[in-house]
Write a protein that binds this ligand. Structure first.
Ligand SMILES: [Fe+2]
Length: 384
């Protein structure tokens, strides 16, 4: 079988790396950049420090500090109009997936007329934008190394994404210092999203040997370091390893894609307004157990990366059960609530199964999953 690895984003990494932002912007030849972040990052001083660092390199800055969670199309279009009016020749995004995806959406619209919803789907012929530097402050989305941006379409009340080379960053700057203050709940929710990216891309229908290697290392690092980062937020090594893990997982899924766990997660998130990582986590153990029916060799790898011992002659059912237990134990150790604890009724939770079955992300799953089976997975995860 011929496979290919398609997306590569250069990265600078290490404690204090964000203090090279100005230097890196200058090396890219930019003279006036739009810096994108949310008000929270301004309040804790992270945004101002990086903006000053850019200015000290002789670069002019324009700030957009209005990033909202699940970036709405209207916000992206307003920020893009500002970028065009100001004639910026570069973008720096600081924050989690929402800030980075906002920057990507702006970049799509710099040389392509709005609205952004015109460009949903895979786009190969968009006019190029400007150089972009991404500085993640969470360890989860991996958006700094992916080729897509997720946008909330306000008129249709749904999320969709633009997949394009215009969404690929020019450079990722991974500075664990910026994630030290991330509260335990956010650390857990974003970190488990990275695990979902890794286990789903490893078992996905588009997996290739390079994405497999990245996904396996991401799982190993997350199993080891996410509980440490959750318990000891100021542990620099744990924060650094988690940034690395979420980048590996992002690199894996931007090539191999995700499947059932994220289809359930997207649907739960939209129906019950749950944070993305939590919505993807709640059924992940059951999804991977089911996945072992066909992808047992890959699920065996997941078990081994999480430190589980699997007998050589273990059946696919046994491998699936070990994986379910290992992932559930990790989720519980992070105090991530189950669907019952989230206050959702069993009846309402199970009712989303047909919507999950209609999710476009399922088309690339390694197996076809009938709607009653989706309902069954949700039911067995409900109060697990
Ligand atoms: Fe995700």
């Amino acid at each position: 079988m011929i496979t290919s690895y398609n997306v590569f984003v250069p990265a600078v990494m290490g404690s204090g790396a964000s203090l090279r932002t100005g230097l890196k912007v200058r090396e890219l030849g930019c003279q006036k950049v739009l810096v994108v972040y949310d008000k929270g990052l301004k309040d804790v001083g992270i945004a101002d420090t990086i903006v000053e660092n850019i200015q000290n390199s002789g670069i002019q800055t324009i700030c957009f500090d209005g990033v909202l969670p699940d970036p709405p199309d209207t916000m992206i279009e307003a920020a893009a109009a500002m970028a065009v009016n100001e004639g910026v020749d570069g973008i720096v995004a600081i924050g989690g997936g929402s800030a980075i995806d906002t920057a990507k959406g702006i970049n799509v619209l710099i040389n392509n007329p709005p609205p952004i919803m015109k460009y949903f789907g895979v786009q190969k012929t968009l006019n190029p934008g400007v150089p972009m530097i991404f500085i993640p402050t969470t360890s989860g989305t991996g958006s700094e190394v992916t080729n897509m941006c997720v946008v909330s379409c306000t008129s249709l009340d749904k999320k969709d994404s633009v997949v394009s080379p215009v969404c690929v960053g020019t450079l990722a700057i991974l500075d664990p210092d910026l994630t030290l203050g991330l509260p335990p709940k956010m650390t857990a929710a974003t970190g488990i999203d990275a695990l979902a990216h890794a286990v789903e891309s490893l078992t996905g229908g588009q997996a290739n040997p390079i994405s497999d290697a990245l996904a396996r290392e991401a799982i190993r690092l997350i199993g080891k370091w996410l509980p440490v980062a959750f318990r000891e937020g100021s542990n620099l090594e744990a924060r650094e390893q988690m940034l690395l893990a979420s980048m590996y997982a992002g690199m894996a899924f931007t090539n191999a894609l995700v499947h059932v766990g994220h289809s359930i997660g997207h649907t739960l998130g939209a129906q019950f307004h749950l944070p993305h990582g939590i919505a993807c986590a709640v059924t992940l153990p059951e999804v991977i157990e089911y996945t072992a029916k066909t992808e047992f060799n890959k699920v065996r790898m997941i078990c081994e990366c999480l430190g589980e011992v699997v007998a050589e002659d273990a059946s696919s059912e046994e491998i699936g059960a070990i994986a379910r237990k290992a992932i559930r134990t990790l989720i519980k150790s992070l105090e991530i609530p189950n669907l019952k604890e989230l206050g959702i009724s069993l009846e309402n939770a199970v009712q989303i199964a047909p919507l999950v079955a209609a999710d476009t992300g399922l088309a690339l799953a390694p197996y076809r999953i009938p709607t009653p089976k989706i309902a069954e997975l949700i039911k067995s995860a409900y109060d697990a």
